[in-house]
Design a protein around this ligand. Sequence first.
Ligand code: ZN
Length: 426
Amino acid sequence: MSKFLALGKFSFGMGDRFSHQGKAQLRACLLATEAGADIVPVWNKSNREHLFIGTEPSSLRAEADAAVKALDWKKPYHVDADHIRLETVDRFVAPSDFFTIDVADSIGKPADPKSVKAFTDRHPELIGMIGIPHIDRPLETTRAEVERVANKFLLAVQDAGKIYRHISQAKGEANFITEVSMDETDSPQTPPELLIILAAIADEKIPIQTIAPKFTGRFNKGVDYVGDVMQFEKEFNEDLAVIAFAINKYGLPATLKLSVHSGSDKFSIYEPIRRALKKFNAGIHIKTAGTTWLEELIGLAEAGGDGLEIAKEIYAYAIEHVDEFCAPYATVIDIDKAKLPAAAAVNGWSSTQFVSALRHDQKNPAFNPSFRQLLHVSFKVAAKKGDRYLNALKKHEPIIARNVTENLFERHMKPLLFGEAVPAKL
Ligand SMILES: [Zn+2]
């Protein structure tokens, strides 16, 4: 495996659509560090988000560098070109040092039959009974099954290889971290499929350090996990076992770990994840993004006055365009339209009412997951407001920053990193 920039064990992806919360986000990482966890901040922004907001990838680098300087952060940090493909990667090459290569679109497109046969011939170890430490029963596969999986994923992995080599030539292989993402697809990848995918990635000589599979269950935007938590835990543990096995077997980077996309707000699986990581002494990359934009809205609403006013305007526009805004996100939101309050009702709300409906506090009876999900996918409305929105962010910075930091640290990092063992002083 070639040289590569190594990624730390616990890394936290943070998205910041409007580029004003870098410091508030980094402050959450500082709190985690003070509490005894080594956490690596990674700022991520996808091509799609840059297009929606009208920003250049270099602006994310500028934001990360400025936050690091302002808070005197001495440890590693990275800038992630999130969900890039061959057609979109070029403007990300210079400012990014972490690349999430998205090959989900190629999953299921049949690979060249010759390469499927060559792959299967090259990997007799994948056929039959495969004993993997920490998985109760050996995985059982047949040649036909390996061919089926190769046929489904090999083209995607070959595409990932092409994109990796393209970045490597432009940037130098030692200068970046590679993630391969397969989460934006229809069906979850099973642990045996993951093993076959990793064998193929090793064949492509991609020094992969994080892989984002699609997990079982629904990872809706900005709300809790929906699905069978026990089944998730079982598969998550098996994925970790497969990764440890593949690192040894195929010489993949020892730093290879799972990446959980749409990882924010999945409170009911944080404890199972934490337990599994402890058991395997494994690391993790948790990718969050939109949760920070929602904290901006919460902060604005909490500020009252013109802040609350703009939050209400955004909701009023969003509910008027509910179908249009939700359509592109159909697989990652579950909105009950009957639970969406009318704009006129929301216009009469106090700060407390708006904040209670939006803030992800499941114990609050006024919390409204449908309201929250609709606003999650409505950041374009804020983008359209341009300077008026950005000026509101500046004016109400302290209250917004407090919400952003608290959300990442209290609701995300603490349960993921410390669980019940949160140091008393916090
Ligand atoms: Zn993703």
